[in-house]
Ligand binder design. Sequence first.
Ligand code: UTP
Length: 289
Amino acid sequence: MKVKKAVIPAAGLGTRVLPASKACPKEMLNIVDKPAIQYIVEEAVRAGITDILIITNRGKGVIEDHFDHAFELEEALKKKNRAQMLAELETIAGLANIFFIRQKETKGLGHAVLAAKSFVGNDPFAVLYGDDVIIGEDPAVGQLCRAYDEYGLGVVGVKEVSVEAIQKYSSLEVEPLKERVFKVTDMIEKPTPDQIFSLYSILGRCVLPAKIFEILENTPLGAGNELQLTDAMKTLAREDSMTAVDFTGIRYDMGSKLGIMQANVEVALSHNEIGEDFKAYLKEIAKGL
Ligand code: UTP
């Protein structure tokens, strides 16, 4: 596989999940017993990615701590003979080569990705949005990387969403290439009902050529006076250089309160330690709804 590098932007303000995200980055919010960003790093690693750059900002040092060794804790677990938990903690610190850089101003997702320019060099790279957790057998980003290997073009991860939802996201103009894979010919951010191309929207993952940096540097500020990654990807689409993969797996929006609850309930139901007890609890609760 050609894509070995990934970028995880995690420098947003997370205003939709305040006050939870006031002192704790939303990417560190829990899904049962792991922070959201760990699921994302694990997805990238399962897809064969070896080098990961996490874009953080002031106040997000806990993300760095999470992917580092915690010697005091590890010593305490050794003394208590908690071998399994010790092994789990040690694994987190060795998942991949993880690097960090700070986005000095919160000027949008495109601006955050631009901070990855020297890390990426001339290689193609994956972007995994730090608040979009996707759970499935076949890692979503791996499905995009395979499309990159096959077509050599940028790839966006897409799903069909409702007419109401698409007006808050992006809408893509697509032509089918093969099962679950499309050519993208145009896209629009936050379309009004008469501007909707299709119900396919970009959700949480993309694979981009290094050329995107030059495009980003020449893209004017867009919605919210921020540098929008979708504006730069639109340029690629109009140059005939973009494909889309309707990935398998369930996506949870950890930047929204409902998404956080859905992720927690569904992961808890299949959790090997608490799954059965949680199911019994939910059934009991459901009787009174
Ligand atoms: P969002 O638009 O969901 O993040 O960006 P946000 O700005 O935190 O959201 P709200 O609306 O205030 O709740 C998607 C991803 O891009 C990152 C975020 O951390 C998130 O993982 N991001 C966004 C950055 O790294 N830098 C930015 O300037 C903006």
